[in-house]
Design a protein around this ligand. Structure first.
Ligand code: MG
Length: 414
């Protein structure tokens, strides 16, 4: 094969000489030839109330990798974006992850929102899975190795009333051994309640959960960015304080960074935020303005596992810890476990158990919690294989997150 044919085959034609060299001359492993991406396939799978978007990247050496993109609602848009990116990536060495990330991020030109960044994230996971399998190493070994032996997780408790919330909290702690839980401070339908009723209900719910689990289980409270006015967030924090919260999450709109910073200085509860933010560039302002004690990037939305590593490094330099947002599927949990394994300032991971269908059907050997912690796999790549056969049993459905209206009929935040 002459050089022109070789460059054409790898998709490097049209690039500068330097860019051609990077695109073509990927790292070698075990004397085998360079890997090349041959195809990228998105799979939309309907599980319960939302879709899960899996991404499969295939190579000419028979190695494939899987990733998971965030399900943002208009999920067909994420699928279309992944199919679009495929044409930019076929022919490239999948192990040049930084290069391929920059291709996707920079060549879209306009700053990406939820759809673009979800697509980039899902593809990026699959590239790391391939890199790990090609090297014969778990992904965390390519990211600095292990700095812990297991990964602390928490689950969210639910319940419309304080008694129901207390029962749910107790059940989760006794079933899974969690040392931390999260919950909504508000009762259902709080958009239509007078504000004093909401604040009083938050205090009652927090107290009921605290009494149910005892003094030492950590309890996080997720306001879900539903508050608009900073003073209301301060009032909720005051109402929750007697329960000694682990953190208060998204007490204000995510873009109101100055108000978050001011709130953090006033309340006596650790402030967590970040699930709606993209890439290192959006976390820069949160950290520079000291607007959070805990950052919560989502590995399926913020740009992928390397992007989370970069956000975590920036956070570490600001004495801030990382508690990844993780409401998506079993593969997202696996990717997060590799992040947690290799990140010194990791705090705790959000978790949904994979011990029942349909979640457990998505992977061949689901990762399971034991005494509130997840084990760290030692097999190559993510260490767990996705069960592609199961996808067809769960067709995708249009969904949305729900609507909430105030008592005067105006739309509230959800
Ligand atoms: Mg949240």
């Amino acid at each position: 094969m002459n050089r022109r044919d070789f460059l054409s085959h790898t998709g490097a034609v049209g690039l500068s000489a330097q860019a051609q060299a990077i695109a073509v001359e990927g790292p070698r492993y075990a004397g085998k030839p360079a890997l090349r991406i041959t195809d990228i396939q998105p799979f939309l799978v309907g599980l319960g109330g939302r879709n899960y978007c899996f991404v499969k990247v295939m190579t000419d050496q028979g190695i494939h990798g899987f990733g998971e993109a965030y399900s943002v609602g208009p999920d067909e848009a994420t699928v279309a974006t992944i199919r679009d990116f495929k044409h930019w990536l076929v022919g490239k060495d999948p192990r040049n992850v930084e290069y391929l990330w920059a291709v996707m991020y920079q060549f879209t030109r306009f700053p990406g929102g939820a759809v673009i960044n979800a697509a980039i994230s899902g593809i990026e996971h699959a590239l790391w899975d391939i890199a790990g399998k090609a090297a014969g190493l778990p992904v965390y070994m390519l990211l600095g190795g292990k700095c812990r032996e297991k990964v602390r997780v928490y689950q969210s408790a639910g319940g419309a009333t304080p008694a129901e919330l207390a029962a749910s909290s107790q059940r989760l702690v006794s079933k899974y051994g969690y040392t931390a839980l999260k919950m909504a401070p508000y009762p259902p339908g709080s958009s239509t309640l007078p504000y004093n009723a909401v604040t009083r209900a938050a205090a009652e719910r927090a107290q009921a959960a605290r009494e149910a689990v005892g003094p030492d289980v950590d309890l996080g409270f997720d306001v879900h960015a539903t508050l608009f006015e900073p003073i209301r967030a301060f009032q909720i924090a005051e109402a929750l304080k007697p329960a000694r919260p682990f953190f208060i999450e998204e007490p204000l709109r995510m873009e109101n960074v100055d108000a978050l910073a001011e709130l953090k200085r006033k309340i006596e509860i650790p402030l967590a935020t970040g699930e709606c933010l993209y890439t290192k560039f959006e976390f820069r302002e949160i950290l520079a303005k000291q607007a959070a004690d805990i950052v919560q990037p989502d590995v399926c939305l913020a740009g992928g596992i390397m992007e989370l590593k970069k956000i975590a490094a920036m956070a570490e330099a600001h004495y801030v810890v990382v508690a990844p947002h993780n409401p998506m599927g079993p593969l997202a949990t696996m990717v997060n476990v590799h992040f947690a394994a290799s990140t010194p300032n990791f705090l705790i991971l959000e978790y949904h158990p994979d011990d029942t269908s349909p979640r457990k059907d998505m992977v061949k050997d689901p990762i399971l919690v034991k005494d509130g912690y997840l084990p760290i796999p030692d097999k190559p790549g993510w260490g767990y294989e996705v069960n592609e056969e199961a996808f067809k049993h769960y067709p995708p459905k249009p969904w949305h997150r729900g609507f909430a209206f105030r008592s005067d009929g105006s739309p509230d935040f959800i």
